[in-house]
Design a protein around this ligand. Structure first.
Ligand code: SF4
Length: 394
């Protein structure tokens, strides 16, 4: 098997390889990772702020979304946002992740009323306000608010270190009747790829990713990764790609669907590492893969994404963040050092990609994290608090 990033044709061939070829595929991906990132694996100490869980889409695997009036529908108040940001700053977090429902004001009058009562005329205005409050506390905002327009991104760029949206899949087939994205107009691949391209035109450091196990074929996975690679080659702004596994939750249409196996996840990660250009960071969430640290490292990841000492993963509340002590030890066993990083990668912290107003806060955050060594230099709360989240309700 050859080394190096693969051609489109080879990517589609690798996607179809059988189980016996997996060890060689993983070894090739791991070698590429080692060449680009060495034996360091990173994570971002974050606070998760789901500004609202009201969403106009209905993805068949989602237990996060609500319509206004549903039990559990929640739009954060100013006080709730400020309290979470204060806790995060106290406990040494670096990233303020704003992750929320998609286009709620376009679908729900009741949500527009709620927003007005809070004092904002749009979700993007609320995001801008919240990001300013995060920056005041030394936290770097990263926003994933679903599909944003060019104007939305222009508005948010000066107060966000980076933006993101999961492509999830490039398959239109998954939008057909009976498929998981049929009731989710914002999951049309063309819509999301359009946003990825516009973010590139605006030179926004960008996070995207693929979702594994929602009914896509292996070929469709490869096609989604190739689409991301093409956008990155046109604009150079994709800083990281998440390979995220579907996990079943009670009460959703896909509750009875099995999550992807170890082999399927290893194949997806290795395929991503081989398809994506080497400078793109490759991430898989540790709370969704608590027994797979060694496997994911062997398949080519170099990052675990955000881990929070102060808030649960609101999208996947049944999956607690790992203890950093344990993650550090598991990485060390595999020959990797675990390091904290900010939500913008160093090579994007330049005037080309970063608004001038963010240069100082990004430099300060990077300097603060550069002195952190796992696990002894982290505050006790940052190391141990995630255990609190094991009992968070779905
Ligand atoms: S996955 Fe995202 S877009 Fe889909 S229903 Fe849930 S919150 Fe909405």
């Amino acid at each position: 098997m050859q080394s190096g990033v693969v051609s489109d044709a080879e990517a589609l061939e690798l996607a179809e390889l059988g189980q016996s070829a997996l060890p060689a595929l993983m070894a090739r991906a791991a070698a590429l990772r080692d060449a680009a990132f060495g034996r360091t694996v990173t994570f971002s100490p974050k606070v998760f702020l789901p500004l609202t869980n009201v969403c106009r889409n209905r993805c068949d695997y989602c237990s996060f979304r609500r319509s206004p009036g549903d039990p559990g529908a929640w739009t954060m108040s100013h006080d709730e946002v400020l309290a979470a940001l204060d806790r995060a700053a106290e406990q040494g977090c670096c990233e303020a992740l704003f992750c929320l429902g998609d286009k709620p004001e376009g679908a729900f009058r009741q949500y527009r009323t709620t927003l007005a009562q809070i004092g904002h005329d749009s979700t993007v205005e609320y995001l801008h306000w919240a990001a300013e409050r995060a920056l005041e506390r030394g936290l770097l905002p990263h926003t994933n608010a679903g599909v944003l327009t060019r104007a939305d991104m222009q508005r948010l760029r000066p107060v966000n270190a980076s933006l993101g949206i999961m492509l999830e899949s490039a398959s239109e087939r998954l939008c057909e009747p009976g498929m998981p994205h049929h009731r989710a107009p914002d999951k049309r691949p063309s819509v999301r790829l359009h946003m990825l391209r516009e973010a590139g035109e605006l030179r926004v450091p960008f996070t995207t990713g693929v979702l594994i196990g929602i009914g896509e074929t292996r070929r469709e996975r490869a096609e989604a990764l190739l689409a991301i690679r093409d956008v990155h080659r046109a604009h150079g702004h994709i800083q990281e790609v998440i390979v995220q596994n579907f996990t079943p939750r009670p009460g959703v249409p896909m509750a009875g669907v099995a999550e992807p196996s170890d082999a399927e996840m290893a194949h997806a990660v290795a395929l991503a590492r081989l398809i994506l250009d080497p400078e793109i960071s490759l991430q898989s969430p540790p709370n969704l893969n608590p027994t797979r640290t060694a496997l994911l490292l062997a398949a080519g990841i170099n990052d675990f994404g955000g881990i929070s000492p102060v808030t649960p993963d609101y999208i996947n509340p049944r999956h607690p963040w790992p203890h950093l002590d344990g993650l550090h030890a598991a990485c060390a066993t595999e020959g990797f050092a675990l390091r904290a990083r900010p939500p913008i990668y160093e090579r994007f912290a330049t005037p080309l990609h970063l608004d001038a107003s963010l240069a100082a806060p990004v430099a300060a955050a990077a300097a603060r994290l550069s002195s952190v060594r796992m696990p002894s230099d982290l505050s006790a709360s940052l190391r141990a608090a995630p255990a609190r989240f094991t009992e968070v309700a779905p």
